[in-house]
Design a binder for this molecule. Structure first.
Ligand code: SF4
Length: 159
């Protein structure tokens, strides 16, 4: 079962989108130097289709995308919720996963954006030129690496 701690409307997590970011708890990844250690606890409110629908209805005029921040403890549920959004709302979907690969039981077609990779402190996050993390836009079933866009966001370099 997925739970979430909180959510926020954000502007930098996904390039060129206004995103409702849902912070999912019970992260299993245990990255050293984790920026959000509170997300490792199994805590928060249940995240299901009904709760997600309520959130989207509340913000749908303000946002262009919903992003699942985490959910690696139950990736098939993230996939199911993304499919639900795709089917019922004209809303883009994103997923920040700390895993290096997409689980076999998840379908990239349910997402417009996927970030992969654990946080490795000495390499830095998406705003670091040395980062191990990759950020993809999904187009026609292909994963297009647009990690460079984060250098534009943070350093004003061209995307
Ligand atoms: S994936 Fe994110 S939330 Fe989970 S341990 Fe790593 S840095 Fe922390």
């Amino acid at each position: 079962m997925l739970r979430f701690i909180n959510y926020d409307v954000v502007f930098q997590e996904i390039p060129d989108e206004v995103t409702l970011a849902v912070n999912i708890s019970n992260c299993p990844n245990r990255c050293e130097g984790c920026h959000s250690p509170y997300l490792m606890e199994d805590a928060g409110m249940i995240l299901n289709e009904n709760i997600l629908a309520d959130l989207v209805e509340k913000y749908r005029n303000a946002i262009t995308c919903v992003c699942f921040m985490g959910g690696d403890s139950s990736p098939s549920e993230v996939d199911r919720l993304a499919a639900f959004l795709r089917k019922n709302y004209s809303m883009k979907t994103g997923w920040y996963s700390g895993k290096s690969d997409i689980p076999a039981d998840c379908f990239i077609q349910h997402f417009d954006y996927i970030k992969l990779g654990p946080y490795i402190q000495h390499l830095g996050g998406l705003n670091s030129a040395t980062t191990n993390q990759r950020f993809y836009r999904i187009e026609n079933g292909n994963m297009i690496d647009i990690t460079n866009c984060f250098f534009r966001i943070y350093d004003k370099n061209p995307c």
